[in-house]
Ligand binder design. Structure first.
Ligand SMILES: Cc1cc2nc3c(=O)[nH]c(=O)nc-3n(C[C@H](O)[C@H](O)[C@H](O)COP(=O)(O)OP(=O)(O)OC[C@H]3O[C@@H](n4cnc5c(N)ncnc54)[C@H](O)[C@@H]3O)c2cc1C
Length: 500
């Protein structure tokens, strides 16, 4: 039997593509190595000896794209499904060394807050923010028309034309610029404001202002205003909802099924070989992995162009994560669910100098035993030193993990004073764990940094593997990381396949 499409991995990108195709009557199978869908946007359950349990989010905890017209919303309407999400307001709090900034979604509240929090250059900063919001508004309207980006064929170019509008002409001048250029244009030197912007870009664009493409950055700085959401029951509820729709529409979802190789014949992708040796064939192969992982699955069939892309693409971040069960009374009442802590000004971000803390809302009692809350803390980290520690032996690796865990708990105590004495459960995740869990190369997560050379029209696209019949979806392709972004990429791929 030949499938219309085989999808490797039930991450949000692969699963969304699969569900959209199955809904249109295509014969589709999803092959997922794990027992749950969602990949980096999934959850896991830890059951205690007394039968109670925690549900921890593996990676993603805070979700965009469910607002009217957002990428997840588009999919929900198309598939007639309802994602179990609730809006969050405010989106988060950012704890700088000397102040706390609340990221409201409400535009007026956010304007007031930024003027209060950064008084040093409030007037100039206001011009920057208003320009950022104006550019982001144009970019959001463009994204809602699902432009075929990046341009990979003349068909894409023809498809792009109807999505262009006169309001976009002004954006051309910004294509090569970075957020740093814009900050300099407004002479914004306030270290607190710069640290705030760098920290926000780190979690949404993976690079700080001086490296971040301005057009992407203007959108990334706008996420709170667009609306952010909590997934009831944990992140895995999003992927489970997609998986249910996929199965409802006749899709075949195989768990515990690792793909070992993408089969190429006559220069075209024709199927996959599973880890147990079984071969499956399809007209289209869709890989929900990073470019590096796809090259590995192609083996000797990987084109030179793909190998070149891998060599020339800067390394992505890894994540160090802590999954904690915490006494409920230790969580101050009424605080937002998400917090970003910047510990020291003037030092590079990530590597424990920034931490992202997520508490599930108190109303969702499915996440932790009574009287406790599930808390996750993460920081960006380079993957190399983790693999070096692992190679040095279990003791070195464990010591490093324990040291980093202590460091992140100290960071989180800014938000949750006395946390250390109230932890009932603790587990850490490193790039080594992420590699084992998601099979992503050396545990690199979060997609590519959105530098002008890797962003927008210069991003990798669905055809980046350079093998006919093989398509890429997920956070190493346009528009990048986050559940909403990979969904946008999935919609784009679905539309391409339907056309073709
Ligand atoms: C710590 C952390 C925090 C994050 N926070 C947020 C956040 O708050 N909000 C947000 O929107 N995004 C966040 N992200 C990013 C977001 O999770 C990802 O960008 C997105 O989920 C990636 O989806 P994907 O489709 O590219 O695939 P992935 O999530 O990488 O999934 C790929 C799937 O493929 C499977 N697979 C891999 N190889 C094979 C194989 N050979 N055979 C079969 N199956 C295979 C894996 O098991 C996995 O299920 C975070 C990520 C991390 C790591």
């Amino acid at each position: 039997m030949i499938y219309d499409a085989l999808i490797i991995g039930a991450g949000i990108g692969g699963l969304t593509t699969a569900a959209l195709l199955a809904h249109d009557g295509y014969r589709v199978a999803v092959l997922e190595g794990h027992i749950e869908p969602g990949g980096c946007a999934s959850s896991y359950r830890r059951t205690r000896p007394d039968g109670t349990s925690y549900v921890f989010d593996v990676g993603a905890t805070l979700f965009g794209g469910f607002q009217l017209g957002g990428a997840h919303d588009w999919v929900a309407r198309r598939l007639s499904l309802r994602f179990p999400v609730v809006p969050l307001e405010p989106a988060m709090q950012v704890w700088l060394p000397d102040r706390v900034v609340t990221r409201y979604g409400d535009p007026d509240a956010w304007r007031e807050e930024r003027m209060r929090a950064f008084p040093a250059q409030a007037v100039a900063a206001e011009r920057f923010w208003q320009n950022q919001e104006a550019i982001a508004a144009i970019a959001w309207r463009f994204a809602a028309r699902h432009p075929p980006m990046p341009l990979e064929t003349t068909g894409d170019l023809l498809g792009l034309i109807p999505t262009l509008r006169p309001e976009m002409i002004g954006l051309l001048a910004h294509i090569e610029r970075t957020v740093g250029h814009e900050l300099r244009r407004y002479r914004l030197t306030d270290p607190a404001l710069r640290a705030f912007i760098d920290a926000q870009l780190l979690i949404s664009a993976q690079v700080p202002a001086d490296e971040c493409a301005w057009l992407f950055g203007s959108v990334a700085l706008d996420l709170a205003r667009q609306g952010v959401f909590y997934a009831e029951g944990g992140a895995w509820s999003i992927a489970r909802t997609l998986a249910d729709a996929f199965i409802r529409d006749g899709g075949e979802l195989r768990y515990r099924t690792w793909v070992g190789q993408i089969l190429v014949e006559g220069g075209c992708a024709v199927g996959v070989r599973l880890a147990d040796g079984e071969e499956l064939r399809a007209r289209q192969i869709i890989a929900g992995q990073t470019v590096g992982d796809v090259a590995r699955l192609l083996g000797e069939a990987a084109p030179h162009r793909l190998l070149h892309v891998m060599k020339t693409t800067p390394e992505s971040w890894g994540a160090f994560t802590l999954y904690l069960g915490v006494d409920e009374p230790q969580i101050p009442t009424g605080i937002p669910a998400h917090h970003q802590v910047v510990r020291r000004y003037g030092e590079p971000l990530g590597e424990g100098n920034t931490a992202f803390i997520s508490l599930h809302p108190a109303h969702d009692t499915s996440r932790a035993p009574a009287g406790q809350r599930a808390v996750t803390i993460s920081t960006h980290t380079r993957v190399g030193p983790w693999w070096a520690a692992r190679a040095a032996g279990q003791t070195a690796y464990r010591e490093r993990k324990a040291r980093w865990a202590e460091d992140l708990i100290t960071a989180a105590e800014r938000v949750l004073p006395g946390l250390r004495g109230h932890i009932r459960y603790q587990q850490a995740g490193t790039p080594v764990s992420f590699q084992r869990y998601t099979r992503r190369e050396r545990g690199m997560v979060g997609g590519l940094g959105q530098r002008p050379t890797q962003s927008g029209f210069r991003s990798l696209g669905a055809r980046a593997a350079g093998v006919p019949g093989l398509w890429l979806v997920g956070d190493s392709t346009f528009p990048g990381q986050s559940s909403a972004a990979v969904t946008q990429g999935a919609i784009r791929l679905y539309k391409t396949l339907r056309r073709g």
